[in-house]
Structure formats: structure tokens, C-alpha cells
Design a binder for this molecule. Structure first.
Ligand SMILES: [Zn+2]
Ligand SMILES: [Zn+2]
Length: 371
């Protein structure tokens, strides 16, 4: 059948929105009618080649929608089920999943990521095979995904809220609660107050951090950080952020510094603002050849730590519904994250708005629901 999708054919050229073919689900696969998809900075990074992907590729890696067709061996799913699509699928049975690293699932990272797990394609245009971002490709009216890529959407939540959990929200909040396990009363710094950083900030607020220092170069982002729970603000364009963070902490430094940008200089900044026993948690994805330089002596003599966090080290099937529950309890802010709605055809405009720093999150709503 046909689906309208946002596709990158060539790096640094406008994304094409057009009708392509989506094929019927095979073993352990579901066809999903997408209702909502977030537009993430990583989609933009595919378009401009910062994140190396095979092309052509359907963009979109956080979404929610309804099951409209089921393949063989999809017990537990039926047509009409409402689901969320996280950007990492966790099989639950490989050694990485079982050893507490479900976001690094061996099955998900096996073979070519833009294909289905069985190594074949569901999107086509004529004879051309088309990849799907993170094996989901949510910036499309319809997509076919493996059941590993699906988390049931509990009743009482909108597709729009659910879509946000597929990447940005869970990456930020779970970096605090899962990866770092920040104890109540901690002093935390967050470097980068974009879509992920704001969610680190609200994760730190949920964890009961006593001081949350937001670091960014853009004043409007620091204002948003306040809304999400930051208590102190450092504009790193104006001051030396490491010195300023030390000033704000009686010279001690912070217990946790989260880096949510993906630049060597800000990773080094995170490490350098730590106090004794501090943990620098790195969320941002750098270029593949980037390296960092750190004063090594403080690893032993201050027992500093540096920790990577991918998709918040979360367990999607547990954390995504859990986070929706926190939203219902009015503890987690979701509505405030969506700055602007776009038609699928406006994807290139959404990218330029993102580059201007205008949006926390842009969202494509294919279908509105009444929940
Ligand atoms: Zn993303
Ligand atoms: Zn696995």
C-alpha cells in the first residue's frame, strides 16, 4: 500500500515528502498507522550527514499510533492496539538486555540498523529499497516495525504525549533516574538546555536534587530551564562555566554533571566542574572521530567518574509507561515540550526552526485523538 513519508535521499539537500510503498508485515512485525511523531535533532543530523546513515531513509524515531495489520507470530497484539515506538528496540533475551543494558540490545544493533531485524526492507519506491530510521521511521503515515520496537500505550494518554517518550523525554529523565541514579539532595549541573537537557532538568527535579544548575549559551533556553525546575543559571557565553559552577557550590563543584550537547569541549567542562566523587554523565553524541582530553589525576585522587548514557539506560517497556504515569500525577511536564505543530510537508521548515533555536520539540500530528 501507499504511504506519505519524509525521506532523505541526499545529504544536505531538502527532505522529500512523497508517497512510497510500504509492504505488509512479515514474521513478528506490525503495521502501524502513525498518529504523532516528534521531530528530533537526530533527524536533522541524518539530513546533514552528522550521524552516518544509509540512504535513502525515512526519518522519524519517536512516535505513537495504532496497529492496523499484524504479521505471523505477533501474539499479544491485535489490530486496533495503541502503541508507542521507542528508537531503540530491546529484545529482552540477549546478553546485553539480560545484563542490564537493554538500550544496547545486541539484536537491535546487529546488521544494518535502517533495515528490519530480518535484514530486509518494508519501504520501497519502484525498485529502490528505503531504510527506516532506527528501524521505525515514524515520519510516515504508515510504517512496519518488529514487535520489539513496540511498547503498548496505556489507556488515558494522547498519542502526542506518548510520542514524546520515544526519544527525548526518556533519554533525559532516565539518564538521571536509571543511568546516574541521582540521590535526593544532590547538586546537579546540566550542560545544554535543549529538548534532552530540559528533560534531564525535570528528571533531577523528580529525583529531589537540591540544586540544579542549568548551563547554556542562549538566554531563552535558560528561561525554559527555569520552567522545568532549574534553580541556578550559567550563561557560558558570558562566563567560564566551570568557575561559575564552583562559585555556586562554595568552591566544591557538583556531584553530577550531565552533558546533553555532544561536543568534546562540553564533555570536558562536565568533568571539570565535578567535586570529589562526582560523576560526569555523557548523553550527547559526538562525531565518531572526536576525542576528549581530561586531567587524569582526579580520577583516582578525587574518585571522579565519567559515565555514558544511551537512551537513559532505560527499559522501554517499563520506563515509558512509568513516565506517562508521572505525567498523569502532574510530576512530569510533557505538554510544555511541544513548541509547534507541523504538517509532514513542513519538515524542512521544522528543521530550520530547530536550527534557529525556536523549538523545544516540533511535532507532526497525523491524527488527533480525544483522550
Ligand atoms: Zn531523537
Ligand atoms: Zn536484546
Amino acid at each position: 500500500m501507499k504511504t506519505k513519508a519524509a525521506i532523505v535521499y541526499k545529504f544536505n539537500e531538502p527532505v522529500i515528502v512523497e508517497e512510497i510503498e510500504v509492504r505488509t508485515p512479515r514474521d513478528s512485525e506490525l503495521m502501524i498507522k502513525i498518529a504523532a511523531s516528534g521531530i528530533c535533532h537526530s533527524d536533522y543530523s541524518v539530513m546533514n550527514g552528522t550521524i552516518p546513515h544509509d540512504l535513502p531513509e525515512v526519518l522519524g524515531h519517536e512516535g505513537a499510533g495504532t496497529v492496523v495489520e499484524i504479521g505471523p507470530n505477533t501474539e499479544g497484539y491485535q489490530v486496533g492496539d495503541r502503541v508507542m515506538l521507542p528508537f531503540v528496540s530491546s529484545c529482552g533475551t540477549c546478553s546485553r538486555c539480560r545484563s542490564g543494558h537493554p538500550t544496547l540490545c545486541e539484536v537491535h544493533f546487529s546488521g544494518k540498523r535502517g533495515k528490519l531485524i530480518d535484514g530486509t526492507f518494508r519501504f520501497h519506491k519502484g525498485d529502490q529499497d528505503i531504510y527506516q530510521f532506527s528501524r521505525i521511521g515514524t515520519l510516515s503515515e504508515y510504517t512496519v516495525v518488529h514487535t520489539n520496537s513496540v511498547v503498548p500505550l496505556p489507556d488515558g494518554y494522547t498519542f502526542e504525549n506518548a510520542a514524546l517518550l520515544g526519544c527525548g523525554v526518556t533519554t533525559g529523565v532516565s539518564a538521571v533516574t536509571r543511568t546516574a541514579q541521582v540521590p535526593a539532595g544532590s547538586i546537579v549541573a546540566v550542560i545544554g538546555c535543549g529538548g534532552v537537557g530540559l528533560n534531564v532538568i525535570q528528571g533531577a527535579r523528580l529525583a529531589g536534587a537540591s540544586k540544579i544548575i542549568a548551563v547554556d549559551q542562549i538566554t531563552s533556553k535558560l528561561d525554559q530551564a527555569k520552567q522545568f525546575g532549574a534553580t541556578d543559571f550559567v550563561n557560558s557565553k558570558d562566563v567560564d562555566a566551570v568557575e561559575e559552577v564552583k562559585n555556586l557550590t562554595n568552591g566544591n563543584g557538583v556531584q553530577f554533571a550531565f552533558e546533553a550537547i555532544g561536543l568534546p569541549v562540553t564533555i570536558e567542562m562536565a568533568y571539570n566542574m565535578l567535586g570529589v566523587g562526582g560523576n560526569a554523565v555523557i548523553i550527547g553524541i559526538t562525531g565518531f572521530r572526536d576525542t576528549i582530553t581530561l586531567p587524569a589525576v582526579f580520577l583516582p585522587i578525587w574518585e571522579k567518574k565519567i559515565t555514558g548514557s544511551f537512551f537513559g539506560s532505560c527499559l522501554p517497556s517499563e520506563d515509558m509507561p512509568y513516565l506517562l504515569g508521572l505525567y498523569k500525577q502532574k510530576k512530569l511536564m510533557l505538554d510544555e515540550l511541544v513548541s509547534k505543530y507541523y504538517e509532514l510537508e513542513e519538515i524542512n521548515q521544522a528543521f530550520s526552526d530547530m536550527e534557529e533555536g525556536e523549538n523545544i520539540r516540533g511535532m507532526v500530528l497525523f491524527e488527533k485523538d480525544a483522550n
